[in-house]
Each structure stands twice: as C-alpha cells, then as structure tokens.
Write a protein that binds this ligand. Structure first.
Ligand code: KG4
Ligand code: ZN
Length: 341
C-alpha cells in the first residue's frame, strides 16, 4: 500500500508545531513559538502559551498544508500530542485536531510527546531496530528506554529522580545571568570554556547511589553545587568565569547522560543508541554520544538539532508509524493528559 500521508500537531509547551509526512518523508514542518512572550518571566507562562496557541493554530496548519502542497482530502490521518505537557496548551492542540478530524472524517491519533521525540529520528535515519537503547533528554524528562517498537512496546529502564537535564541547564543559566531558556546559551558560552575548570559532581554514579539507581539520573545536586561555587566566588569578590563554569557544568551533565546510556545499552545487548528531546540539540552531548558510542562499537542516531526541540514533524512521524502498524485510531473523546507517562 502507498505511504500514509499524516499531519501532526504539537502544542504541549510554547511551540505551535504542525508537520506533514508521507511515510518517513518530511514534507512540511512549520513552527510558531511564543517564547518571546515568556522570556521576561524566566519561564513559560501557561495562560500566555495557551492564548498564543489559539492564535497561531489555524495559520500554522494552513502554512503546513501549503508548504507540503497537499489538501485535507489527501491526508490519511491526523496526529496530535495528547500529553504530557501544559494542560491548557495541550487542550488547544487536541481541540483543534478533534475539530479537523470531525470536519474531514480523517482518523485521529492522540500521541505521547516523549515517544514522538524519539520517532522523529526515523525521518532522517530510517526504521528502528528492536532492542535499541533510547536516551530521552528534554526540558521536563530524562529517561533511558529500551525500544522494541516505536508504535508499541517501549520499556523505561530509568529516569531522573529530581530535575530533568534541560531544567538543570535552564536553572544554571539563570544562576549565570543568562536569558531563558538557558540551554542554548550555556552551549554557546561553553565553547570558549575549560570543561575541567571545576570538577562538578556526577550524580548517582558511584557507591550505593549507583547500586540503587543504576540507570537513573539526578541533576539537582549538580545545580546546587554550581550555585554554591558561584556564591563562594562572589563572597570573595572574584569575577565569575562564566565560560568555564558553563563548560564544566555541561561536561558533568553530558558525561553522566552518555556514560549511563552506554552502560545500559551494553547490559541490554543494544548495539544502537538513539537520542531524542530538546537537550539533544546540545553540541557537547552530540559529540560525546558519538565518541563514546564509537568507542563501545555502537551505532548512534540523533535527529538534526532543529528536529530535537518541540515541533510538529515528530508528531506526524509517530502518527505515520501508528498508521503503518495498523494501530487503531483514538476515540474522539480522548483527553489531553498533562501527566501522561
Ligand atoms: O524537548 P524540548 O524542546 O521541550 C520539552 O519537551 O521539554 O526541550 C526543551 C529543553 C530546554 O530546557 C532547553 O534549554 C533545552 O531543551 N535545550 C538545550 C539546547 N537547546 C534546547 N539544552 C542544552 N543545549 C542546547 N543547545
Ligand atoms: Zn519536548
């Protein structure tokens, strides 16, 4: 049968994203961000995000259809992020998708945002081998996953026991006086920094902590260590070497992320490491994943940076897998679920 043509809608946070794929070919990926409206608050303001989604939704869908040069009639299915994310923001996307599905008679899939972060990589690197080790690193989640089937069984091996890695980047950026969201600013500052300037702690990597939390992560102690180090410098009247602190912090995060991912892959016989989520746009994480996977004789897959952060293509990609796997569409009364696991 021909490749399914799927439109995907993403609205879980500040990005209104609409993507269109045919099979695993990306035809359109339109993103409207409301980040400009949140930056001065130092975080995403839910009500502001919902309102921005409401305004951007229809125009963004129209732009995607135009870019892909397809009509509603051509589509085989619609997919939308059902969760996790901000409740009000999700509701705008889910409401829009249900309306489009109702009006066009097309089947609708309510999908998991985290699974979509991994599925997007198939648009660039093809189907996933069963038994692939997934490392998901976003603003709200940090997990190690054993992927049997993107449209089916995915087992969580471990996750962060406190902050997500992206959250740690954003909090440390704030300590260093950088704008929100701080991840990309730390990435940039770290390019001119010495990663060995401060030896920040690697959470849950030794002794009993490691025994009890072999595949789990912890980043809140690291964030506190950076805050204490910076405070101590200030107390002594010294300037903060921002580039060195950024590089040293980043090294601690990326070291632990990749070290445990490779360990879990080895211990589960996985020969491929697959990365997904906004933090995978990070240059050091990308480089270190390559380096360590290569040294371990593993293949590494990572989406190009623009596809790592939230977008509609990832939702369309997962929708395409669900259609191809003959998974039944969602009932039209499925809820937006802000805490979907
Ligand atoms: O996946 P995502 O776009 O949204 C969520 O689902 O959470 O991830 C957003 C997170 C933010 O914490 C942001 O600071 C981080 O990804 N991020 C980065 C970079 N680009 C985005 N962190 C480090 N380096 C980057 N280049
Ligand atoms: Zn995300």
């Amino acid at each position: 049968r021909s490749q399914p043509l799927v439109l995907g809608i993403e609205s879980s946070c500040d990005e209104t994203g609409v993507g269109i794929v045919r099979g695993l070919d990306l035809l359109a990926n339109e993103v409207a961000s409301s980040m400009d409206q949140h930056a001065r608050f130092g975080g995403v303001v839910p009500e502001v995000a919902s309102r921005a989604h409401l305004e951007a939704m229809v125009p963004t869908v129209q732009r995607a259809l135009q870019t892909a040069e397809v009509t509603w009639d051509d589509l085989d299915a619609i997919a939308v992020t059902a969760g996790p994310g901000l409740a009000g923001a999700l509701m705008v996307g889910v409401g829009a998708a249900k309306s489009y599905a109702q009006a066009t008679g097309k089947p609708l899939y309510g999908v998991n945002h985290l699974r979509a972060h991994l599925a997007v990589d198939t648009l660039e690197h093809g189907e996933v081998e069963p038994g692939t080790l997934g490392l998901l690193v976003s603003g709200g989640h940090t997990s190690l996953l054993l992927i049997e089937d993107l449209a089916g069984k995915v087992t969580e091996l471990g996750e962060t026991i406190d902050d997500a890695a992206g959250e740690a980047y954003d909090k440390v950026a704030r300590i260093l006086g950088m704008p929100f969201p701080g991840g990309p600013h730390i990435d940039k500052a770290a390019q001119d920094g010495d990663a060995e300037y401060v030896n920040f702690p690697r959470g849950l990597t030794s002794g009993r902590d490691m025994q009890r939390h072999r595949y789990d992560y912890s980043f809140s102690g690291l964030k506190t260590a950076v805050a204490r180090w910076v405070e101590a410098q200030r107390a002594e009247g010294r300037d903060i070497p921002i580039n060195h602190v950024a590089a040293s912090f980043q090294e601690a995060v990326c070291d632990v992320l990749t070290r445990k991912a490779i360990l879990a892959a080895k211990e589960h016989g996985a020969d491929t490491l697959m990365l997904g989520g906004g933090v995978v746009a990070n240059s050091r994480l990308r480089a270190l994943a390559w380096e360590r996977a290569e040294a371990a004789g593993m293949r590494v897959r990572q989406p190009r940076p623009a596809l790592c952060t939230d977008n509609g293509a990832m939702v369309a990609a997962l929708g395409s897998h669900l259609v191809a796997a003959d998974v039944a569409p969602s009932q039209l009364d499925f809820p937006a679920d802000s805490s979907l696991s």
